[in-house]
Design a protein around this ligand. Structure first.
Ligand code: CO8
Length: 339
């Protein structure tokens, strides 16, 4: 089910709760109670239903996680079969995957082959229970200089529509595991959009971000006008999209596009450390937390707050929530089981 569908499903669910009588199981039971306590009975029953729904949701997440095939060994060391990317698993606990875009002669221009390999690697790491976080990086000169202009130049309108051009680009945004973009050099056009699909962006000191599509007679097509605007506000995003001007790492940090600027040669190591830190927590709760933060981008404040509250409540059905609080009380480190 797509994210949008899940959100709209949730909205419908809350709407149903708010109008009471549409929420059949609770209200039909309540109608058999006396009238003066009807509304409070309804509320109590509906709250119970909500709690049950989120418990079931959390349990099914746990069960789904347990069913995931173990594919740790597949990409555990570098996989030589890739043409456009490199992959490795690293960190003290071998729980952070690093995917390096590897098309140096074209400044990591995002051709179809590269995007398909990236998608495949992300899907595999996404299913791998031993991977806590994924780092996506490029070279010192370029994270990615955009979509492959030479490859897409001959495309016609009908080919774009019929071939669903860009459809393969969404895997990064769909991945449930945290993804950290470690951006050195150019992140332009689709490269900037790819970084913005990640959850956190760390930038090397010489990184440059831009949406130069306007100079090519086109516009950003993978989130540049949308995610950039949400990240840095309308005026700055508009200026970047309409001029094609780049901003440097320091400015990107100032406007909130990236969370940290780091010397280029330490960038990937720092991103891996961040992935390791995230990996010290329960992966189940990390997944719920990521989903909740992302909901802020997809819905209204009120619906987002409801989603957050119910997800918070759902954590009370997990063993890791119990363990986390118990460990605090007992003044010891928590031992999470991701359940
Ligand atoms: N596509 C294809 N090839 C590229 C690209 C690109 N985006 N960027 C660089 N290259 C190639 C160059 O053609 C060159 O190849 P060759 O040696 O065979 O001529 C090689 O990489 C090195 O590039 P330069 O010689 O130009 O290197 P410079 O250091 O002089 O300049 C720049 C670096 C400033 C990054 C420059 O290469 C540049 O401006 N590149 C294009 C940047 C750009 O316009 N990006 C936006 C592309 S459009 C886009 O991303 C739309 C996204 C929509 C969603 C995704 C759709 C799939």
């Amino acid at each position: 089910m797509t994210y949008a569908l899940r959100i709209s499903g949730l909205r419908l669910f809350f709407d149903a709760v708010l109008v009471h009588h549409q929420f059949q199981p609770a209200s039909s039971i309540a109608r058999s109670h006396s009238t003066h306590s009807c509304s409070s009975v309804l509320i109590v029953l509906e709250m119970a239903n909500i709690a049950k729904l989120f418990t079931v949701r959390a349990q099914s997440l746990v069960q789904a996680a347990a069913r995931q095939p173990q594919v740790a060994t597949r990409f555990a060391s570098s996989n030589s079969s890739w043409e456009y990317i490199k992959t490795e698993v690293t960190g003290e606990k071998q729980n952070v995957a690093v995917i390096t875009l590897n098309r140096p002669k074209a400044l990591n221009a995002l051709c179809n082959g590269l995007m398909m390999e990236l998608s495949t690697a992300l899907k595999s790491y996404g299913k791998d229970k031993n991977i806590a976080a994924i780092v996506l990086t490029g070279s010192e000169k370029a994270f990615a200089a955009g979509a492959d202009i030479k490859e897409m130049a001959p495309n016609t309108y009908s080919q774009c529509i019929q071939g669903n051009f860009l459809n393969d680009w969404t895997e990064v945004a769909r991945t449930q595991k945290p993804i950290i973009a470690a951006v050195n050099g150019y992140a332009l056009g689709g490269g900037c959009e790819l970084a913005m699909m990640c959850d956190i962006i760390y930038a090397g000191e010489k990184a440059k971000f831009g949406q130069p599509e306007i100079a090519l007679g086109t516009i950003p097509g993978a989130g540049g006008t949308q995610r950039l605007t949400r990240a840095i506000g309308k005026s700055k995003a508009m200026e970047m999209c309409l001029t094609g001007n780049m901003i440097n790492a320091q400015e990107a940090e100032k406007v909130g596009l990236v969370s940290k600027v780091i010397p280029a040669d330490q960038l990937v190591a720092e991103a891996v450390k961040l992935g390791e830190k995230i990996g010290t927590h329960s992966s189940l709760i990390v997944q719920l937390c990521k989903e909740s933060v992302n909901t802020a981008y997809e819905t209204t404040l009120q619906e987002g707050l409801k989603f957050e509250r119910r997800t918070f409540h759902a954590t009370f059905s997990t063993a890791d929530r119990k363990e986390g609080m118990q460990a605090f009380v007992e003044k010891r480190p928590a031992k999470f089981t991701n359940e």
